[in-house]
Write a protein that binds this ligand. Structure first.
Ligand code: PLP
Length: 387
């Protein structure tokens, strides 16, 4: 049986089953060379010249991700931000792009404060409303629609299929930041997206010990070749060891994401309607605004990310985060350990995030430990706040 026809769990667990030709090693070697030998007749038949452009240590991880997303090709980058910004930098000054009002904060900042100076016309839209997306399209000018689903940190859901149809009708490309869903739960290319982006720092690697990003394309076309050029020329290239680490992390991707998703749903259900919690934001709750779309385009779970709005406001939220023992107060997501974060403090001035919101990244610990720890933190925080 060919690995390319195997189930995704098998592809991830075995890294597509690649065996090193020279040594028969099951686990791949790490190629660290920065440069490659030119042939006597002045050619580069190996296809390798210099490691800013690419690196044999990327091949297997890129091939695995391409298979998991059912795409045509992938490119690893030095971070999720390097991957995301490469897509925008492959456009031309004057091009109009749509991005979500609710999205990953650093990329939103880059779009508003850097991409605009560089000449892109950036418009933020409510991506949960296809009519708003349609209305924002400028025929002949809009080149790219960028979405994130579920989106940081309110976990709003965007209909990938509907948005792809709107983008394509206008001759624009749809790119999806699918970091939170991971290929385990959503495959945007199958729903009509043109490019998928992951902060591989998060679920793909899964162990909070690596910064990496990746793009996957449905078609190897002119835009994709420009993006490849951005990586090679701007140099947002991943290191060899990091590519190897990522491949190792992905071996357990399916186990980790499914465990985290199942626990996140239990935690969401436990705190939904809880006296010390004003609101639980999680697309897996039937009461969530995006639940119907999420149920259609996600399979096997709704992800490991949720947010709670603490009754009693900002002081109670900060006090709750201060009193957890097992949850770690840290930014980022998608690791084996659960993280808690007062998101408004991270985003600072201009953030649209409610100040009573705690963002939770659920790991793979026993779910009862996580619930008990949050319970005691909420109880103590409300005692301290006199509530
Ligand atoms: C972390 C993250 C990014 C950026 O990735 P880095 O590896 O930190 O550069 C982009 N989008 C989402 C949704 C993220 O969570």
């Amino acid at each position: 049986m060919d690995h390319t026809n195997a189930k995704p769990e098998t592809i991830a667990a075995q890294g597509l089953g690649w065996i090193d030709d020279k040594t028969r090693a099951i686990t791949p070697p790490i190629h660290v060379s920065s440069t490659y030998l030119r042939d006597e007749d002045n050619q580069y038949r190996s296809g390798r010249v210099y490691a800013r452009a690419d690196n044999p240590s990327f091949d297997q991880a890129e091939a695995v991700i391409t298979q998991l997303e059912q795409g045509a090709a992938s490119l690893l980058f030095a971070s999720g931000m390097a991957a995301a910004t490469a897509v925008f930098q492959a456009l031309a000054p004057g091009d109009h792009v749509l991005a979500p009002k609710v999205m990953y904060w650093s990329l939103r900042n880059w779009l508003l404060n850097f991409a605009t100076h560089w000449g892109l016309q950036v418009e933020l839209v409510d991506m949960t409303d296809p009519a708003a997306v349609q209305a924002a399209i400028r025929p002949g000018k809009t080149r790219l629609v960028w979405i994130e689903t579920p989106a940081n940190p309110l976990w709003t859901v965007t209909d990938i299929e509907a948005t792809a149809a709107i983008a394509h009708a206008a001759g624009a490309v749809l790119a999806v930041d699918s970091t939170v869903a991971s290929p385990v739960l959503t495959r945007p290319l199958e729903l009509g997206a043109d490019i998928v982006m992951h902060a591989a720092t998060k679920y793909l690697n899964g162990h909070s010990d690596l910064i990496a990003g990746v793009l996957v394309t449905r078609e190897d076309n002119a835009l994709w070749q420009r993006i490849r050029g951005v990586r090679a020329q701007l140099g947002g290239t991943l290191g060899s060891f990091e590519a190897w680490m990522l491949l190792r992390g992905m071996r357990t991707l399916y186990l980790r994401v499914r465990a985290a998703s199942a626990s996140a749903l239990q935690i969401a259900q436990h705190f939904d309607g809880h006296g010390r919690v004003a609101e639980v934001l999680y697309p897996g709750l039937p009461s969530a605004r995006g639940h119907a779309v999420a149920a259609r385009q996600m399979s096997g779970g709704f992800g490991g990310m949720l947010s709670i709005r603490v009754a009693g406001g900002e002081a109670a939220a900060v006090a709750t985060a201060a009193r957890v023992a097992l949850w770690k107060r840290a930014t980022s997501l998608g690791g084996t350990e659960s993280l808690i974060e007062h998101r408004a403090s991270v985003e600072g001035a201009g953030s649209p995030v409610p100040t009573d919101l705690l963002r939770l990244s659920v790991g793979i610990e026993h779910v009862q430990d996580l619930i008990d720890d949050l319970e005691q933190a909420l109880r103590q925080a409300h005692g301290a706040a006199g509530a």
